[in-house]
Design a binder for this molecule. Structure first.
Ligand code: NAD
Ligand code: UD1
Length: 336
């Protein structure tokens, strides 16, 4: 069977997708410039699966280098994870975000058209719904635009994919709108490795649990939610990775542009997640109520019916699984 190219495949979500693809018998080639990950992830993927993906350290925006890599392989599909992902940083450095995220997507689509590669699965985000005013978010919700440059890169890349699919009817381009991926592989060998102080909730909780930070700041308890804290749709990264395999199967049998939410459909508050983490791992997480974080919304969760029905995909792992696996990964990294 022909190979699948994973850009950004040594990163958090890409490495989990690599494991699922290899375990499903697919041949995987990873391209990553190691801007936000390390080459040792390849060894860990091999340790989990017993198979070693090919790896190229290169930048997806470097078209000549990508051409040389492509000449050595026979790809039928691409999963495009590579990109910058920090919302706050994108406000400070919008041009770097537009350059890297848009350029890498356009370069890949050009290469796909030139080399007859049919399928692309793209990492989009629920952030494209952030100006919508009703939950759950459905793929058919009207376009309301985004609130930050990171979100706009996802929005624009979806539009570029739609236009490319219309002009290249043989192609099958799928955008997956992720909700809040957390957790780690059950092996404890791969997971999320934030640089510096974590922005996101679960890595912050695991660092408090590890004693690296004294307490969690809960950003606001006066939202219109059951306990006043923000509500999100947390999804286990392994379930998310499995969704990519289903999306790949779908894209191999179809053409055109399609978008799917990948979420559980359940809303969980900040305090719900803290309590679950404490219970499952038997660790106290000291916290303090802090002011709301600028740009945050009260509630965000998916309507996941489209992926459930068309992709035959359902999130299976629970909040307890997410808390247990995130903590196992944190302990493994810290040698605890
Ligand atoms: P990550 O930073 O762990 O992985 C991205 C990888 O891409 C990194 O290994 C980085 O080195 C690489 N990369 C960046 N620019 C590159 C380039 N030009 N060429 C080659 N490699 C490059 O991030 P992640 O959490 O695994 O996210 C993967 C994708 O999913 C991103 O596109 C992100 O925007 C999207 N996404 C993530 C989340 C989330 O919460 N993690 C939510 C929604 C969408
Ligand atoms: C963030 C991104 C979003 C991205 C998503 C995916 C921002 C503004 N948005 O969203 O684009 O798609 O991650 O993972 O960064 N919280 C605390 N204390 C903390 C950290 C978070 O109380 O130290 C709260 C937040 O206010 C929020 C919830 O926890 O209610 C989840 O926050 P986070 O993990 O950062 O995710 P999002 O804000 O949903």
């Amino acid at each position: 069977m022909s190979e699948i190219l994973l850009t950004g495949g040594t990163g958090y979500i890409g490495s989990h997708a690599a494991v699922e693809l290899l375990e499903a018998g697919r041949d995987v080639v990873i391209v990553d410039n190691l801007y936000n990950s390390e080459a040792a992830v390849i060894d860990r993927i091999e340790k989990i699966t017993g198979k070693r993906p090919s790896f190229y350290e290169l930048d997806v925006t470097d078209k000549a280098a990508m051409e040389s890599m492509l000449a050595e392989h026979d790809f039928s599909g691409v999963m495009h994870f590579a990109g910058y992902k920090a919302v706050g940083e994108s406000v400070e450095k919008p041009l770097e975000y537009y350059r890297n995220n848009i350029d890498s997507a356009v370069t890949l689509l050009e290469l796909m058209a030139e080399h007859g590669i049919k399928s692309m699965i793209f990492s989009s985000s629920a952030t494209v719904y952030s100006k919508s005013d009703k939950v759950p978010y459905v793929e058919t919700d009207p376009d309301t635009g985004c609130t930050n440059p990171y979100g706009w890169t996802k929005y624009m890349i979806e539009q570029i994919m739609k236009d490319a699919a219309a002009a290249h009817p043989e192609m099958s381009l799928v955008a997956l709108r992720y909700f809040n991926p957390i957790g780690a592989h059950q092996s404890g060998l791969i997971g999320e490795k934030p640089n510096g102080i974590p922005n996101n909730l679960m890595p912050y909780i695991t660092q408090v649990a590890a004693g690296i930070r004294p307490k969690l700041n809960v950003f606001g308890n006066d939202y219109p939610t059951p306990d006043g804290t923000g509500v999100r749709d947390y999804i286990h990264v392994v379930d998310l990775a499995k969704g990519h395999l289903k999306a790949l199967d779908y894209s191999e049998q179809n053409t055109g542009f399609e978008v799917f939410n990948l979420g559980t459909g359940n809303g969980v508050s900040v305090l719900d997640l803290v309590k679950a983490f404490e219970r499952v791992n038997d660790i106290k997480i000291p916290y303090e109520i802090a002011p709301r974080r600028a740009g945050d919304i009260a509630t965000c969760y998916a309507d996941a019916h489209k992926a459930n029905q068309i992709l035959d995909w359902h999130a299976e792992l629970t909040i307890d699984d997410m808390c247990r696996d995130a903590w196992r990964w944190e302990k493994q990294q810290r040698g605890l």
